[in-house]
Design a protein around this ligand. Structure first.
Ligand SMILES: [Zn+2]
Ligand SMILES: [Zn+2]
Length: 644
């Protein structure tokens, strides 16, 4: 007999060799109908694999991330089977699950696939899903595996097998299709009830641009039809909110092939928005004792050799800039931290000066592959809302609490109401790969966990996810349509203070190393504006909107009065503009509404006579008429309410 321990600590005895599926059956029929895979001693496995020793067992369902991954990966096998039936001779690369769905890279032998072909593949998949094909595992020797794929003529699988060790190789068969795979998979295909193949792209074999270009087919599947319907609706909404589209429609930013890929150009409205965000954060940071600094966009190569960034980014990034001076080399800065270390070092520091908090909206440059570039979220030049806190080890917790306060204030002000945090700790089994003493690590890890708890954060603690130089805390927000975005990282660093030999003088007159904390609540201005655009759909809160008010005279006769109103608003520190184009009032209202202008003021004869304006609010329509003074008070009151 073996003892199986469940997540709630309860234990039960089973015959050795009992499968996960049988254990689920012994618990409840409902569990059997929902379970997709099982974790045995922290290893995700097929439900059919016999368990021979005492083990801790956890069942994965659709609701669990691991359950979804197994479900989607199994779906990639199902798609491969359909492809093999519809496109005989197709060769297969890899077919993993991804964050939302799965893909398979395939070689169709010169046949081109278009979006219209996807429906036929989906149909075939559904047909086979309904026939309840089990996923059958078979262990094979390396020789057998190689022979199978040599016979089949699939060079990609042969290459993959070449990299595997004998004795670790398995095949899985569903229906007429067999794949090289280590698993796990769902028990059979009948759990896959709804299928959507979402797109087709090109992908180099093993990500190497010198090798064969394969066809990557993306898809997503669900255990219920209604879930697919919800997903499709969400994707449609996401398309409308795509920041690249909104950025263009709202005239916020653009790109120019002549300036270069991945180098955003901020248009006046975008620059105004960004400036407001910067000022907002500067204001908060000032209240929290940060000092603003400014550093150059380049630095000597030696600076980044010292910091270790050259070793990390040097080979795959922008090449050093040479000067007429023999041997002199500069790098575009990939990080602001080394510059800030030198500012810290510019004068002696005492324990009483700590913490030193240096902040900079610092622009950095990193070479991203052109295929990786994406709107404002993946760019080659971007501005971090960066700051570095140099503190004593005993100050880590307090500083974390303060940074968390700043992050929470930002989330609240910008209506990111749902978020989680992840604390990344070191791997306790492999302490050698981390820099810094055990004592410091333990203190810092405890400090982060305590700070997060004190601030009431919902956190997940993950061991082994810390950087080699220190533990960290990351924030993940859910946007208005349920997508998750990573925003804001707070990172402890023992490495740079060591590399730059940073010091402070203690109360005992001895020299000590400070701890460095990197933090960027927005991440970068580019990425944050992208997330904010997709979250708000371009309807920025009033205090942030690049233009808050547009004044619209109903006809040319009232242009003078409209201009006076507009001037009055601008003199009252609102951001207003006049739209007196020679277009119908209806058309002008529509166009300004599409630009997500929070307030439109319409003025005509009645308003001019009464000295009032007619107020229309974005998304709410007519708000009646007010005097211009009343309107200014009304707006100021709304802004005050939003930022407090
Ligand atoms: Zn598989
Ligand atoms: Zn940094």
């Amino acid at each position: 007999m073996i003892t199986i321990t469940f997540p709630d600590g309860k234990q039960r005895q089973y015959e050795a060799g009992t499968t996960g599926y049988q254990i689920a059956e012994s618990i409840s029929p409902r569990l059997v109908s929902e379970v997709l895979a099982v974790s045995v001693n922290d290893k995700t496995m097929d439900l059919q694999i016999p368990i021979r020793e005492n083990a801790t067992v956890k069942f994965y369902k659709w609701e669990d991330e691991q359950g979804k991954q197994v479900f989607w990966h199994s779906s990639s096998h199902l798609m491969a089977e359909a492809l093999e039936i519809l496109y005989p001779g197709v060769k297969f690369g890899i077919g993993p699950a991804i964050e939302n769905g799965f893909y398979y890279d395939v070689d169709l032998g010169g046949r081109a696939l278009v979006e219209a072909d996807l429906a036929a593949i989906e149909q075939k998949m559904l047909e086979m899903a309904r026939s309840k094909q089990p996923f059958v595992r078979r262990e094979v020797s390396k020789e057998q595996a190689m022979k199978t794929y040599l016979d089949k003529g699939d060079p990609y699988k042969c290459e993959l097998i070449g990299d595997l060790e004998d004795g670790t190789i398995s095949f899985y068969t569903n229906g007429s299709f067999t794949d090289l795979c280590r698993g796990p998979h769902v028990p059979d295909t009948s759990v896959i009830k709804a299928i959507k193949l979402t797109s087709i792209a090109g992908a180099y074999w093993r990500g190497d641009e010198k090798r064969q270009m394969l066809t990557r087919i993306y898809g997503i599947t669900f255990p219920k039809k209604s879930m697919l319907d919800e997903y499709v609706a969400m994707m449609e909404e996401a398309k409308k909110r795509d920041h690249r589209k909104l950025g263009k429609d709202l005239e916020l930013f653009t790109f120019s092939a002549r300036v270069g890929q991945g180098l955003p150009l901020w248009l006046p409205r975008g620059a105004a928005l960004r400036e407001r965000l910067e000022n907002f954060l500067k204001g908060v940071q000032k209240a929290y004792g940060y000092q603003q600094v400014i550093t150059p966009h380049i630095g000597q190569k030696e600076l980044y050799v010292t910091s270790g960034h050259y070793a990390k980014y040097g080979a795959d990034s922008f090449k050093p800039i040479k000067t007429p001076q023999e041997g002199e080399e500069f790098l575009l800065k990939p990080m602001n931290c080394p510059h800030h270390c030198e500012i810290y070092k510019s004068k002696p520091r005492s324990y009483k000066d700590m913490p030193v908090r240096l902040a900079e909206f610092g622009t950095v440059y990193r070479y991203e592959q052109s295929g990786e570039l994406h709107g404002l979220t993946r760019v080659r030049g971007f501005t971090q809302d960066d700051a570095h806190i140099f503190c004593r080890p005993d100050q880590i917790k307090e500083e974390f609490c303060k940074v968390i306060d700043i992050v929470l204030y930002i989330f609240k002000t910008l209506s990111f109401n749902e978020f989680t945090a992840q604390v990344s700790l070191r791997d306790p089994k492999d302490r050698n790969k981390y820099i810094g003493s055990d004592e410091n690590w333990e203190k810092a890890e405890a400090a982060i966990i305590e700070a997060a708890a004190e601030k009431g954060l919902k956190t997940v603690v993950v061991q082994g996810e810390a950087a080699f130089y220190g533990p960290k805390l990351d924030f993940m927000v859910r946007d208005a349509i349920g997508r998750k975005w990573q925003l804001g990282t707070i990172q402890v660093d023992y490495n740079l203070p060591e590399r730059f030999e940073l010091e402070y003088i203690g109360a005992d007159d001895k020299r000590y190393r400070p701890v460095m904390i990197h933090r960027a609540p927005f991440g970068s201005m580019e990425r944050f504006v992208a997330v904010l655009l997709e979250h708000t759909g371009g309807k920025f809160p009033l205090w942030l909107a690049p233009e808050q008010v547009v004044v619209l005279p109903v006809s040319e006769k009232f242009n003078d009065f409209a201009k006076k109103v507009c001037d009055f608003l601008n003199n009252s520190e609102l951001r207003a503009s006049l739209d007196d184009r020679n277009e119908t009032i209806g058309k002008r209202i529509r166009e300004n509404e599409l630009k997500r202008i929070p307030y439109l003021l319409v003025v005509g004869e009645k308003e001019e006579m009464a000295g009032t304006v007619s107020v229309r609010k974005q998304g709410e329509g007519d708000k009646g008429s007010m005097t211009k003074e009343e309107f200014v008070a009304f707006i100021n009151n709304e802004v005050k309410h939003l930022t407090n």
